[in-house]
Structure formats: C-alpha cells, structure tokens
Design a protein around this ligand. Structure first.
Ligand code: GLA
Length: 327
C-alpha cells in the first residue's frame, strides 16, 4: 500500500475512534417533575433507547420541587454532563433554571411543560417539545360529545367535572379546549363545575372532584375532563365513591400510559371511557436525540415542536398504541 493511502486510512480510523469515544463521554440529564407517573417512566424508557443507540449516558433524575431542580442541575454540572432535558415541577422556575444551566455550562431543552419568564410569557429561547394542548383538549371534548349523543343523554341534565390546574399553561389549554367544544355542542356552561387540584396526581384530583360530586347530588350523569389521565381517573374515582354507576359517567383523559391501560384492562368498563394517546416516544427519544445532536454535532434543535394525539377507547387502545409504536 502506498504511504499516502495508509496515512488516509489511519487518519480515518483515528477519526472513527475519537468520535466513538466522544459519544461515550456525552452525558445528558433527563429531569422530570413526577418520576412515579407512568408517562414520565415511559419518557425515560424511550430516552434510554436513544442513549443506547448513540452510545451516550442518560442520567434520570426526579425533581419534585424547586430545590431538587437546583441540586439536580448542579449535580449534572459536577458530573461533567453537557446538557439536560427537563419537565419542571413549576414553570415559574424558568429564569432560575436558565441561569443555573448557564452557570453549569449545560445546554437546556424542556419537555411537556414550557418555562415562563417573570411576566408569565413562555421563554422562547429554550428549545421545547410539548403537546398541541388546545387541539388535544378539543379531541377530548369531541369524544365526550359523541358519546353523550350515543347514550342519548339530555345535555341540560349532565354535569361536567373540570379538574383544573391553572398554574400550568398546558393544563389550562387542554381543559379549555375540551370545554369549548362541549359548550359549542350545547352543553350548558352553568353545569361545568371547576375542581381545582392541588397537585397533578390522581389523589389530588379525587379530592377536588369529590367536593364537586358531593355538592350536586341532583346530577345523575357526569362527564369529566382534566390535564391528564390521572386527573380524569381521580374524577371517575370520585363518582364511584358516591355510588354513581359506571354507565352514567364519561371521562376522557390525555396520555395513554399505564394508568389508562390498566383501567381499560379491568373486567368491566368503568367511567373512564377513553384517552387521547400522546407519544412518550417522541417526547423521550426525540428530545434526547436532539440534545445529543446539539452536543456532539453542534446541531441546534428546533425551538418549538408540538406533538399530536389520537383518541383510544377500551375497544381499540391496543391497535392505536401499535400504530403509534408505543407498546
Ligand atoms: C404534563 C402532564 C403530564 C403529561 C405531559 C405531556 O407534564 O403533567 O401528565 O400529560 O404534560 O406533555
């Protein structure tokens, strides 16, 4: 072999070796606000798939409050990570998170819940992947309207449990999307009862919804909407708690992870009629991959990506999940 040929080959081998060892040195944090929630477990699972594929290390961290977020970021900095993806426990932590990331020289992307500045406006500089909240909320509303009609209920006599969490913009957009469609179809606004939850889990939703159902013993038929499956499941549990039969309840959630699937697997149907399945694969795998590309190849992610959803019920959830590639 001629000398120059050998030199080129050696150079190429060196390049390959160094890029492989670089991948091994890439460390990315994936910080979530509610590690016990199946949605976030799925996000982690799919983010790990990206890590395996590209050969970087993914550090999973649960951070349920501001203090834990701060120490998570410092920790990642100390471990030599180059960036992280976060679903924050409180979007108002936005400016603090941006500053901490910069102080630790970490690239920052958000998932699910978009950071806001001190004036409550989204921080548009930080790349974000979230769901198309209003549209998905509208799909929830439409599913409920269709089912009310199918069951021949008189809308004037139906009550709506609106499980709300107003400090989170995506939650507001989701429930408003749902109630706007329901109202447009003739549902009386006066029959929509607000059930503000203190936290975004099933227990908090159950507590909030129980107050509503107890206050309206005259109502026989209920519908329920909320930010996610956990919120709607809490409302459904509240109706069960006061003895309302499952066939008198139509709850439609958002998510489609294990909480919803377990409900569909129960031997007989509950008031949890359906869920709009969103994609933890896109939110986990894609954000992790985008962060990797940013670190390794200087390829900046798009500033805003909004993902879609698809309605699934007890009868077709397996097929819908398959179609979305998320089983
Ligand atoms: C919020 C909710 C989660 C999930 C994600 C999806 O973070 O709290 O349950 O719905 O949005 O983006």
């Amino acid at each position: 072999m001629k000398f120059w040929k050998r030199a080129v080959l050696a150079g190429a081998a060196l390049l390959l070796a160094s890029s492989a060892s670089f991948a091994q040195d890439v460390k990315i944090g994936f910080v979530v606000k509610q590690p016990e929630e199946p949605w976030f477990q799925d996000e982690w699972k799919f983010a790990q798939e990206a890590a395996k594929e590209k050969g970087f290390t993914l550090v999973e961290i649960g951070a349920e409050d501001g203090e834990k977020v701060q120490s998570a970021i410092d920790n990642l900095g100390a471990q030599g990570a180059q960036g992280f993806i976060i679903c924050t426990p409180d979007v108002k932590l936005g400016p603090g998170i941006v500053a901490k990331a910069a102080a630790n020289d970490l690239k920052l992307m958000t998932v699910d819940d978009r950071l806001v500045d001190n004036g409550g406006q989204p921080i548009e500089d930080v790349p974000h992947m979230g769901i198309s909240a209003t549209k998905i909320g509208e799909a929830v509303g439409q599913a409920i309207v269709d089912e009310i009609k199918k069951r021949n209920w008189n809308m004037a006599e139906v009550g709506a449990i609106k499980v709300s969490y107003d400090q989170l913009p995506t939650a507001v957009d989701r429930v408003t999307g749902a109630t706007s469609v329901i109202e447009k179809a003739g549902f009386p606004a006066a029959n929509i009862f607000n059930a503000p939850q203190a936290k975004t889990d099933t227990e908090a939703a159950l507590n909030a919804a129980t107050t509503v159902v107890n206050a309206h013993p005259e109502i026989k038929h209920w519908i329920a909407v909320g930010l996610n499956d956990e919120a709607v499941l809490g409302a459904v549990r509240a109706t069960e708690g006061v003895g309302i039969p499952a066939e008198n309840v139509i709850g439609v959630g958002i998510g489609g992870a294990e909480s919803a699937i377990n409900e569909f697997k129960k031997p007989s149907p509950t008031g949890f009629f359906g869920t709009v399945i969103i994609s933890p694969k896109r939110h986990g795998y894609e954000t992790a991959l985008n962060m990797y590309e940013w670190i390794a190849n200087d390829k900046e992610p798009e500033k805003l990506i909004l993902t879609s959803g698809q309605l699934a019920t007890r009868g077709d959830y397996e097929a819908v999940r398959k179609e979305l590639g998320i089983q």
